[in-house]
Ligand binder design. Structure first.
Ligand code: FAD
Length: 611
């Protein structure tokens, strides 16, 4: 029987933004600034998104701390950090517009740390040639989200909190609505809209050890994929080198790269500063080869090269693993991170207040006096929904995406700080893209009642079962499988993972949640399982296809980068029978002006034009 639409609470908007992190908020601000009736949905309370947790800062070539910086150097760093697999146009737009987006935040009231001259201060971070991260202590995300929220609310954005979007609805191939439910009451809700901007963040919960919180189950990637969009670069999932590893209950929680940016060093069990042994050839010209040179760099000597602790995340994470394998790991299987012996206590508390409290409260470690113990933790998805760089539109008319749920911008490895600037730049562009699309729509859009009924039927499936699979246990099984799709991979392990996922599919179809739809965490968990399965399968399939090691993707059976793979992206889409298609797609060569920057000597770019 069809659902009576009039019984389902319904809202009408020109644009619906799914996700209220930095990307969603920036996109929503742009849409409402363009005169669109803008609705924004978020799974939890407004303000509780990953963006608020960001610690280190937003990367932008403001040139305040080192005037040699400019967008071209930022672009070059991003491309080299991404191992030349980034979408050229996205990396160009990002580097060109990041500085203006940060300045704009300041105009809207964001308070960043200052240089002695009163300019926005910038801190060093891995892979960035110059100190580049605009920051507010180690609570930058909080300041950014506070600013965007205040500004957005006053622009008249309609916020729908504690509402989970489940499915996109279409009219003749074009987006026409979103189906979801209120997490507290379990009642369904329908949003009629002309365009959707997906901004749902990452999918870290697929892995056991992660810096991600409960919300990050890949919902947006799955909704877009199920609606006909493509996913790109899914094999690239970033393991941040420094998560907490002890006590076990806090394993995975992030220890910001800002600790190393402020001078912290990594040590093995023999007290050796081991990162000097792991500088890849590609980065030798920009990396210090002695502690003395590294210290001079930190002291502001512009002729010195940056410390090896600030190599890109993929390099540092794998170096820690190698030390552990060689029997030189820390007490609980990681490395020691020491800032206590490098900076005085007051400085540490002022620049890294959250880290100070985090370790004091969760691990009873005083980081102004003792070393931290750290190890890799799943942190960020480089892969995600494929979009056109300029408009952020996907292959589905009316579906836009921005922020961490998209792929392409960061290639095989994201540089720290480039996510906050990514979500500001591409949130802004997605808003512009949506406005242009809505303006050109020639007829009103409809929602087929059968599609609503199908979405409703799927959603209540776990409640209508007579018994079945426990969603929490299924989640654990999924996380076990992902041990084969971890920081290092082999063909055997990846095939095993894909087979195991196939074997689990009947269990997924038989998932069961006891009780009613009201206040039911088991049902919430059950509904997040399909997205996690889809993303897990996409990562495993793409990882099996890429027979090389590049950036965050390490194949023990195919060591090192292979030239032919530098010209290939792996794209994922849904076949008409519902199965997953993963295929290689050739990359376009970069336009001359970008190739010149990417492959140039640094000296040719320094002191260039600031954008
Ligand atoms: P998020 O901020 O993750 O927001 C996603 C939104 O989508 C949330 O509102 C969520 O409720 C909503 N959502 C998800 N699914 C649904 C659904 N089905 N229905 C409705 N709503 C949904 N990056 C940097 O550049 N610099 C840093 O210093 C930095 N530090 C970090 C520290 C930590 C601890 C973490 C976890 C990440 C850090 N990152 C950093 C990464 C960066 O914070 C994130 O990549 C970025 O904030 C993602 O922003 P976003 O807007 O794309 O998504």
């Amino acid at each position: 029987m069809n659902a009576d639409i009039s019984e389902i609470q319904t809202f009408d908007h020109d644009v619906v933004v799914i996700g209220a992190g930095g990307a969603g908020l920036r996109a929503a601000i742009e849409c409402s600034a363009q005169g669109l009736n803008t609705g924004m949905i978020c799974k939890s309370l407004l303000g509780k998104a990953h963006t608020v947790m960001a610690e280190g800062g937003a990367a932008a070539s403001l040139g305040h701390t080192d005037e040699r910086d400019n967008w071209k150097v930022h672009f070059r760093d991003t491309i080299r950090g991404g191992k030349f697999l980034n979408q050229w146009r996205m990396a160009e737009l990002h580097a060109q517009h990041a500085a203006d987006r940060v300045r704009e935040l300041e105009e809207w009231g964001a308070v960043f740390d200052r240089t002695p001259d009163g300019y926005i201060n910038q801190r060093p971070f891995g892979g960035h040639r110059y100190p580049r991260l605009a920051h507010t202590g180690d609570r930058t995300g909080l300041e950014i989200i506070r600013t965007l929220q205040d500004y957005g609310i006053h622009q008249g954005i309609h916020v729908h909190q504690e509402c989970t979007a489940l499915k996109l609805l279409k009219d003749s191939g074009k987006i026409s609505g979103v189906f979801g439910y209120w997490r507290d009451t379990g009642r369904f809700v329908l949003f009629r809209t002309k365009a959707v901007i997906m901004a749902t963040g990452g999918a870290g919960k697929i892995w056991r050890v992660t810096s991600n919180s409960w919300e990050y189950t890949g919902d947006g990637m799955e909704m877009a994929y199920s609606a006909g969009a493509e996913l790109i670069d899914m094999e690239f999932a970033q393991f941040h080198p420094t998560g907490m590893i002890w006590p076990l209950s806090v394993r995975g929680i992030l220890v910001t790269e800002g600790v190393r940016g402020e001078g912290g060093v990594l040590l093995n069990s023999e007290n050796e500063r081991f990162m000097f042994n792991y500088t890849p050839d590609r980065f030798k010209e920009e990396t210090a080869d002695s502690p003395e040179e590294a210290q001079r760099w930190l002291d502001g000597d512009t002729s010195a090269r940056r410390p090896p602790e600030l190599l890109t995340r993929d390099v540092v994470a794998k170096s820690i693993m190698k030390e552990v394998e060689a029997g030189r790991g820390s007490a609980h299987g990681g490395a020691y991170l020491d800032i206590a012996s490098r900076r005085d206590g007051e400085y540490i508390k002022r620049k890294l207040p959250s880290m100070y409290h985090q370790f004091k409260e969760l691990a009873e470690v005083d980081i102004t006096k003792e070393r931290m113990e750290v190890g890799p933790t799943l942190h960020y998805m480089m892969g995600g929904i494929a979009v056109d760089g300029d408009t952020q539109m996907t292959a589905v008319p009316g579906l836009f995406a921005c922020g961490e749920c998209t792929g392409g911008m960061h290639g095989a490895n994201r540089l720290g700080g480039n996510s906050l600037s990514d979500l500001l730049v591409f949130g802004w562009l997605a808003g512009k893209g949506a406005k242009e699309y809505v303006r050109q729509l020639s007829r009103p859009l409809q929602i087929d009642p059968d599609h609503i009924e199908e979405a409703r039927r799927q959603a209540v499936g776990p409640l209508n079962q007579e018994g079945g699979e426990n969603p929490y246990l299924l989640h654990e099984e999924l996380q076990n499988i992902m041990n084969d799709v971890n920081i290092v991979r082999t063909a055997d392990g990846l095939k095993r993972a894909i087979d195991s996922l196939e074997e689990l599919k009947p269990k997924l179809a038989n998932i069961y949640a006891a009780g009613s739809s009201q206040y039911n965490p088991g049902w919430n968990q059950a509904l997040s399982m399909r997205p996690m399965f889809i993303v897990a399968e996409a990562v495993a399939r793409a990882a099996l296809i890429r027979e090389e090691s590049r950036g965050a993707h390490t194949r023990l059976d195919f060591e090192g980068e292979r030239e032919e793979w530098g010209n290939i992206n792996i794209m994922i889409c849904q076949n008409t029978d519902g199965s997953m298609d993963a295929r290689k797609v050739g990359r376009n060569s970069p336009p001359d002006h970008l190739a010149k920057i990417a492959y140039s000597n640094l000296e040719d770019l320094e002191g260039g034009v600031h954008v």
